[in-house]
Design a protein around this ligand. Structure first.
Ligand code: CTP
Ligand code: MN
Ligand code: MN
Ligand code: MN
Length: 379
């Protein structure tokens, strides 16, 4: 028996929302490589190519075993010629030459550093690079005008590029809960984003706020923000009272009860827990410990969203992620079911009506999909 005869051939459905993708990834070497190429494409504003690499990576993330042989990939969806080449390179040589050269490229390094600033996207980074700016020091001496978000992003650069732990997310959740219930007693808050999918760390904390009585949530965000500000919890915030009709995501049908999406992009000042183990670490590290300045707080990116209860299930599904899982849900809805799915509603184009739902399970059922719990949406 040779290896090929024994090789497991995998079979997976083509939409990520038809698959169960846990955090238990057996192909991290391959998916890290494809994700890096996806990121490179996104940073170069080649969105189509970026999605193609994200889809390819997602297929490998849900395989039950490591890929060891190209033959195993026969029949797998979403793997294009380019992705095949990258995988083959890694299986044969241990690394991908394209990934290596990307990581060494000055342009990629500069794009990473500059888009690592909160408030800086691919377009801005590209403009700065063309002006000869490749790092933070050059940016600071360049005389470029930064907006308020970017100034805050630069100021808290190190903290915001440090992973947020689940414990920190829970601590933020408690603060926001205190704020929310003190301005609207029966309001409910839910941890969404990566932490709801079971991730142990994230780049931010995402929280969804609602109230069991429709309409009670209107105008809540400014009050919550004021409370947080008065207690000194906010280093930066930008609140938008989004009009649903103007949102690019949702269906384009007007409806009077659907124009109340309130969002807040913020940077929290989170007090650090005093760790019991600190004296020990200090003894081991000797002089190093206080050198970086022993600060008592850190900055954390926090996204707050307020949803009316009638749209809560859609907001919950839309903000739990992963980003690719969401994208695939919307593609499935549009291409396979002639429906438009957004974070506010689901519209059936054939029946010309909105389909109501009070739980994520109901939305999956409307879409003709098997229910996938948050922990299996890590595509
Ligand atoms: N989202 C959105 N609109 C944005 C930003 C994010 O609808 N402008 C949604 C994304 O589609 C995703 C969720 O919010 O479903 C969380 O996004 P994000 O915090 O960026 O990603 P996470 O999956 O939480 O990953 P991380 O741990 O890195 O924060
Ligand atoms: Mn497993
Ligand atoms: Mn997040
Ligand atoms: Mn977020």
């Amino acid at each position: 028996q040779n290896d090929e005869a024994k090789a497991v051939v995998f079979s997976v459905p083509s939409y990520a929302c038809q698959r169960r993708t846990t955090l238990d990834n057996h192909n991290t070497i391959l998916t890290d490589a494809l994700s890096l190429l996806a990121e490179k494409a996104e940073l170069s504003e080649e969105d189509g190519r970026g999605v193609a690499f994200r889809r390819a990576a997602a297929v490998l993330k849900c395989l039950p075993q490591p890929v060891t042989n190209m033959m195993q990939l026969r029949g797998l969806p979403c793997l294009g010629e380019h992705s095949f080449r990258v995988i083959k390179d890694i299986l044969e040589n241990g690394t991908s030459s394209e990934v290596e050269s990307t990581q060494q490229s000055e342009r990629y390094k500069a794009l990473k550093v500059l888009t690592g600033i909160f408030g800086v996207g691919a377009k801005t980074a590209d403009r700065w690079i063309r002006a000869g700016i490749h790092n933070l020091r050059q940016l600071q001496t360049s005389g470029q005008t930064l907006n308020q978000a970017q100034r805050a992003g630069l100021q808290h650069y190190d903290d915001l590029n440090l992973p947020v732990t689940k414990a920190e997310a829970d601590a933020i959740g408690e603060i926001v809960e205190e704020a929310v219930v003190s301005v609207l007693p029966d309001a409910q808050i839910t941890l969404i984003g990566g932490f709801r999918r079971g991730k142990l760390t994230g780049h931010d904390v995402d929280l969804l706020i609602t109230h069991p009585d429709e309409g009670k949530e209107v105008g809540l965000m400014p009050k919550v923000v004021s409370w947080l500000q008065s207690k000194g919890f906010l280093l930066y915030q930008k609140t938008t009272i989004n009009s649903y009709l103007e949102s690019e995501e949702g269906p384009r049908r007007p409806s009077s009860n659907m124009d109340r999406f309130e969002r807040c992009f913020s940077i929290f000042k989170l007090q650090k827990k005093v760790e019991a183990a600190q004296p020990e670490t200090q003894a081991e590290n000797g002089i190093q410990h206080h050198k970086s300045g022993c600060r008592l707080w850190r900055a954390v990116r926090v996204d707050l969203v307020v949803s009316p209860i009638s749209q809560f299930a859609f907001a919950l599904l839309g903000w739990t992620g992963s980003k690719l899982f969401e994208r695939e849900l919307r593609r499935w809805a549009g291409h396979e079911k002639a429906m438009s799915l957004g974070s506010h509603a689901l519209y059936d184009n054939r029946q010309s009506r909105y389909l109501r739902a009070t739980s994520e399970e109901e939305i999956f059922a409307h879409l003709g999909l098997e229910y996938i719990p948050p922990s299996e949406r890590n595509a």
